[in-house]
Ligand binder design. Structure first.
Ligand SMILES: [Zn+2]
Length: 340
């Protein structure tokens, strides 16, 4: 009996190191922050954002657990999209749990006036100094096995389109414009990752004005397979410009919302209207929304408020032949998509 149980344990795919020749992406639940752990087919790893700073290191522990499940002994790159607490706050604690190769960021934080922000910035420097790289739009992240390109950083966006670029007159004509954002959000280090025909876009909390620069008059990003909905599901309508979101036409959207953060009803409607979108997956049930403005519950990783949350994750496995599967660790529901 004991042997049988061991067998089951060994057979459980989650406990095996990253399967060769697949790209794996874990959307770790950090209660409305961001922590996206990517393991390339070559076994290299990139963590995009590190969740919140917590007295009990809750988010760093959750990321570390995912890294262990992925079979990682170190994280090659920790990429901080920007220095807000829900993205950069877990980095110091995490760096004490697992070795980190390099830190990628947009350059120095511009929000260091408030004591909490200054303290968080110093804590970041204490683990990242001497290991920082601050790439510019158009630069490649030197990850093996995938192509990862920086598309925004420190307020700049790609000068030239990648993947061809497509004039976007219909969506740009009457597009709503918003004032330039002068916070850390507008400086996000955003990237596009390509593996075969599969593409994944993570822009962190990039703001509406910068999305418009990426989308008009030419959509500089082309179309994407998987899209991490920007700013946790267009937080307070500060992101999610239709001219951008409807032009990149993601096949599948993953929203890293919290129980009460991001993804309000108008954002859900905008995502649902993406031409050709096949599914929306959510990190959390959005408690402020009715049933019609949450996805199918099977595709939601966590249903409870944060104090009862079990921190289930969504995981994406991309095969080299152009199929990818999203799995919900709460209920083992999975769906497979063919890259278009
Ligand atoms: Zn955020």
């Amino acid at each position: 009996m004991r042997h049988f149980a061991l067998w089951l344990l060994l057979l459980s795919s989650d406990l095996l190191p990253a399967a060769q020749n697949t790209l794996q992406i874990y959307f770790v639940d950090v209660e409305g922050g961001a922590a996206t752990l990517i393991v390339t087919p070559a076994g290299e790893s990139l963590l995009a954002d590190t969740g919140n700073p917590m007295p009990d290191d809750r988010d760093a522990k959750r990321i570390f657990q995912a890294a262990q499940v992925a079979g990682l002994k170190k994280i090659d790159y920790v990429l901080i999209t920007h220095f807000d607490r829900d993205h950069s706050g877990g980095a110091p604690a995490l760096a004490k749990m697992i070795p980190v190769g390099k830190f990628l960021d947009h350059g120095d934080s511009i929000e260091t006036t408030a004591p909490q922000d200054a303290q968080r910035w110093q804590a970041y420097l204490s683990v990242a100094a001497g290991k920082r790289i601050s790439p510019k739009p158009g630069d490649r992240i030197p990850l093996k096995g995938v192509r990862a390109e920086v598309v925004t950083s420190n307020g700049a966006v790609l000068a030239k389109a990648i993947h061809g670029g497509t004039p976007n007159p219909a969506l740009c004509a009457d597009a709503q414009r918003k004032d330039p954002d002068l916070t850390e959000n507008g400086r996000c280090l955003g990237f596009l990752m390509t593996y075969g025909k599969f593409t994944f876009l993570d822009l962190g909390d990039l703001t509406w004005d910068k999305e418009m620069e990426l989308a008009c008059p030419v959509n500089k990003l082309g179309t994407v397979s998987l899209y991490q909905a920007t700013m946790h599901g267009f937080y307070a309508d500060r992101a999610g410009a239709p001219a951008h979101v409807w032009a990149i036409k993601p096949q599948v959207v993953i929203v890293n919302n919290g129980p009460r953060k991001g993804l309000l009803a108008p954002a859900y409607e905008r995502i649902a209207k993406i031409p050709g979108v096949e599914d929306i997956w959510q990190g959390h049930l959005s408690l402020a929304n009715d049933k019609q403005h949450n996805t199918n519950p099977d595709l939601i990783a966590n249903l409870e408020p944060s104090d009862q949350c079990q921190a289930h994750w969504l995981k994406v496995t991309v095969e080299p032949q152009g199929r990818y599967t999203v799995t919900n660790s709460r209920n083992d529901v999975s769906k497979t998509y063919r890259v278009r």
